[in-house]
Design a protein around this ligand. Structure first.
Ligand code: SD4
Length: 321
């Protein structure tokens, strides 16, 4: 449903950029906007600022997305990404991340412990191994072999939160984790190169061994250099069941705008899931012309955008009232 609040917010935020996709503007853009970077949630603005330091001096989108999301991985004040992430129900912080470059190459790590920058390890998997994905102890061994150091990434605050949770041990996904969550970033550089990155500690208090959508190429992130990129945040199981980010990009290939593609992918989940009201899913998409789309199942999903004209956050339109 399009609410008045979202309508106003999106309209204001899109002033000055015809390519910022929303129902008012999505068909008006004809040129190419680059460079541009978008990322999930309000905290994406901080990550975009770092990415922009690279994009603004004609750097590579791949470097921008890696460096950008690393800002959030290093930030102990958020409890959903990198150091400071909330642990699983056994008290272990296990991280998932993936990255794709402007040629469609991909690298990923999942179920990785003790390393604060899983995105950098994912990039090394892409660039230094013949593989796409490394998991668990193998991913850790690989990281150590590449010079990463084993760290304690369970902060006191996260440990305390887990101790408190253990008293009731009630497990249910939290719909919007106080508006900061998985960070996924998509960037288009001044040469037209597209890249994406996604990194998370996953669902808080998940079963030990659980891996979400974020490190799965095609689910949490997908970049097709010819078409555009898409990324997901929210309940990974629902995204994985529909191969969400790949779906968004494929819909764009068939001619949907990034906005229309995100909407269709969310609607598919809303129709398939038994209790969509109990979960949140947000998609963010970037076309290769710099057009942006975003849509979520419920109210609350925001994304951050930076281009030559603006650095802003936008409340995404959403499906359920
Ligand atoms: C996961 N998709 O592990 C991630 C978590 C997330 O908003 O994005 N939450 O399922």
């Amino acid at each position: 449903m399009f609410t008045r609040r979202n309508f106003i917010h999106t309209t204001v935020a899109s002033t000055g950029s015809l390519l910022l996709s929303n129902p008012l503007t999505q068909n008006l853009g004809t040129g190419v906007r680059k460079p541009v970077v978008v990322s999930t949630w309000d905290f994406g603005q901080k990550a975009n600022a770092r990415a922009w330091e690279i994009l603004g001096r004609q750097g590579r989108a791949l470097d921008a997305v890696e460096q950008g999301v690393m800002v959030i991985e290093a930030d102990t004040s958020n409890m959903t990404v990198g150091v400071g992430g909330l642990p699983d129900r056994d008290g272990k912080v296990t991280l998932d991340a993936c990255i794709m470059d402007e040629h469609g190459n991909a690298g990923s790590v999942c179920f990785l412990e003790h390393i604060s920058h899983p995105i950098a390890v994912a990039r090394m998997v892409m660039e230094r191994t013949p593989h796409v994905m490394l998991a668990g102890e193998g991913a850790l061994d690989f990281a150590l072999s590449q010079g990463f150091k084993k760290e304690n990434i369970l902060t006191k605050e996260a440990k305390n939160a887990w101790e408190k949770w253990k008293k009731s041990a009630e497990y249910k996904p939290i719909i919007n984790v106080e508006n900061h969550d998985t960070i996924a970033m998509l960037a288009l550089d001044s040469q037209g190169g597209l890249a994406g990155a996604c990194t998370t500690s996953g669902l808080a208090y998940k079963l030990h061994g659980r891996v979400g959508d974020s490190p799965i190429i095609g689910a949490g992130l997908y970049v097709d250099p010819e078409i555009g990129g898409a990324a997901a945040t929210g309940l990974g199981e629902a995204v994985m069941r529909t191969v969400g980010s790949f779906l968004v990009v494929e819909l764009m290939r068939q001619g949907r705008s990034p906005q229309e593609a995100c909407m269709e992918a969310v609607e598919r989940i809303a129709k398939r899931e038994k209790r969509p009201q109990d979960m949140q899913i947000g998609y963010l998409a970037l076309g290769r012309n710099g057009e942006v789309g975003a849509y979520s199942l419920q109210k609350g999903f925001t994304y951050a955008l930076q281009d030559e004209e603006q650095s802003t956050t936008v409340a995404a339109l959403y499906y359920l009232e």
